[in-house]
Each structure stands twice: as structure tokens, then as C-alpha cells.
Design a protein around this ligand. Structure first.
Ligand code: BTN
Length: 240
């Protein structure tokens, strides 16, 4: 099924994510893009940097699948962004995915993805709100990297937006067609390797261990020092 993207552009908003979430308009395919955000937010209520020439947008999908599949969708969106960004830099092999859905360029973050959802009374994902920030021309001083640093062409955020939406459309169609397992394999091919030492920060505390792959829902397996295995469904991870 094709998605009919309906793109709304703003010069400045508080947060594209909040505009999308607070609207009662039909949502599948609705895209909100802004040049600037005064209250751009990331995962765990962190702020998101809105450098000039960067891409900040949110879009909505209506997957109507069971809520347990949200982890798969989160990874698939990250994979779509990764695939799209490959066309904009001179060293596409230096792009990698970090669980759950960060996109790194030479080990530094160039894109952040925020996924929020609303569930129907029967427990299906009614709406998925996906917020994406891509450092096209600028990165914050303290962390991250801009695509432009590794590109010899002049990059236009609007071209990056079209490429990302194209990839989302094609991978989402595959997800709906029952190809989640294959998509998670593709995600794994671009992600950290099994055995990679990682630090996992869930809501509270810190766990150290080694990355041990994904389960079928896209949760992360953490191999602890005593060789026991823990399943992580939500956390930040750091590659050591
Ligand atoms: C993260 O890495 O923590 C996710 C960052 C998501 C930032 C984007 S920018 C567009 C959209 N609007 C927001 O307020 N946040 C997301």
C-alpha cells in the first residue's frame, strides 16, 4: 500500500512532534517539517538541537498492528533513515545503526529518532508518531556530526526528506507484507557486531555487558558478565 505523504512546512514551531500529536486531522502520511524548533525534544525528554540547515520533521503512520511490534517498527524506521542517508555522503560504509534507532556516521550521531504511539482500546497501535532530526549541515558543539562533513556535494534538507520518506514507504510496505524478520536481518547487517561491549542505561541504573543480537520483536539481548542473558526493550546504549 502506498502512503500519500501530505507535507506541511513551517518556519518555526515548538516541536513538529507536538504539532502532529495534538492535531485531530487524518494522520497516515501527514508530515510536519520545520526550519526551526524552539522546544525540539528527544528520547527521555532530552532537548534536540535545531541547527540552521538541518532537517527536523515528524510523520504519522497508522499501522493497526499489535503493540508488541513497536520495537520492530522502531528499528525499521532507523534502517530506512540509514538507507536514505547512504545516498548523501561520500563514505556510505561509515554509516551504522545503533540500537534502537540511532544513525551514526564514523561513530558519531548524525540522526535521532523519537517514536511515540497511541493505542486503540483493543491494544492495537492506532497511530505511530515518528520524529526525526538529521544533522544535515550542523551538529551541536558537544556531540554529533553533520552529514556535510562527509559530503562533497551541497546538501539540501528537502532532498534528504524526500529520500527518507521514500525509504520509509518502501520498508513499511515490506513490514506490512510480513517481512519483519528479513528487515531485522538487514538492520543487523549495518549495526554493531555480536560481542560488542556495551553499556545499557534503562530508566534507572547502568548495566554492562556484550551485545548479543536481537529477539524476533527487535528487543536487545545483553550478555552479562556472568554469561546470563537479559532482554532489553527500552534503554539508551553506549558502545564501549
Ligand atoms: C533522540 O535521539 O533522542 C531523538 C531526537 C528526535 C528529534 C526530532 S526533531 C523533529 C521531531 N520534533 C521533536 O521535537 N523531536 C523530533
Amino acid at each position: 500500500m502506498n502512503i500519500e505523504w501530505n507535507i506541511e512546512r513551517f518556519e518555526e514551531v515548538a516541536s513538529t512532534q507536538d504539532i502532529l500529536k495534538n492535531s485531530s486531522a487524518d494522520s497516515e502520511g501527514r508530515v510536519v517539517v520545520a526550519d526551526r524548533q524552539t522546544q525540539g525534544r528527544g528520547r527521555y525528554a532530552r532537548q534536540w538541537f535545531d541547527g540552521e540547515g538541518n532537517l527536523m520533521f515528524s510523520f504519522a503512520l497508522e499501522p493497526r498492528c499489535e503493540a508488541r511490534f513497536i520495537g520492530q517498527l522502531s528499528l525499521i524506521i532507523g534502517l530506512a533513515v540509514h538507507n536514505a542517508l547512504q545516498g548523501f555522503i561520500d563514505t556510505p560504509e561509515k554509516l551504522m545503526l545503533k540500537w534502537p534507532n540511532d544513525v551514526l556516521l564514523r561513530g558519531e550521531k548524525c540522526c535521532g529518532i523519537l517514536i511515540e504511539s497511541s493505542l486503540s482500546s483493543s491494544g492495537l497501535i492506532d497511530k505511530l508518531f515518528v520524529g526525526i532530526g538529521i544533522n544535515v549541515l550542523q551538529a551541536p558543539d558537544d556531540m554529533g556530526v553533520a552529514l556535510s562533513r562527509y559530503s562533497s556535494s551541497s546538501l539540501m534538507p528537502s532532498d534528504v526528506l524526500q529520500a527518507v520518506l521514500g525509504q520509509v514507504e518502501s520498508l513499511y510496505a515490506r513490514f506490512q507484507n510480513g517481512e519483519a524478520e528479513a528487515l531485522l536481518h538487514e538492520w543487523s547487517a549495518y549495526a554493531h557486531e555480536i560481542g560488542q561491549p556495551i553499556e545499557v542505561k534503562p530508566h534507572e541504573g547502568v548495566l554492562k555487558g556484550r551485545y548479543d543480537g536481537l529477539d524476533e520483536l527487535g528487543n536487545l539481548y545483553l550478555r552479562l558478565e556472568d554469561e546470563s542473558r537479559k532482554t532489553i526493550s527500552a534503554a539508551d546504549i553506549f558502545l564501549l
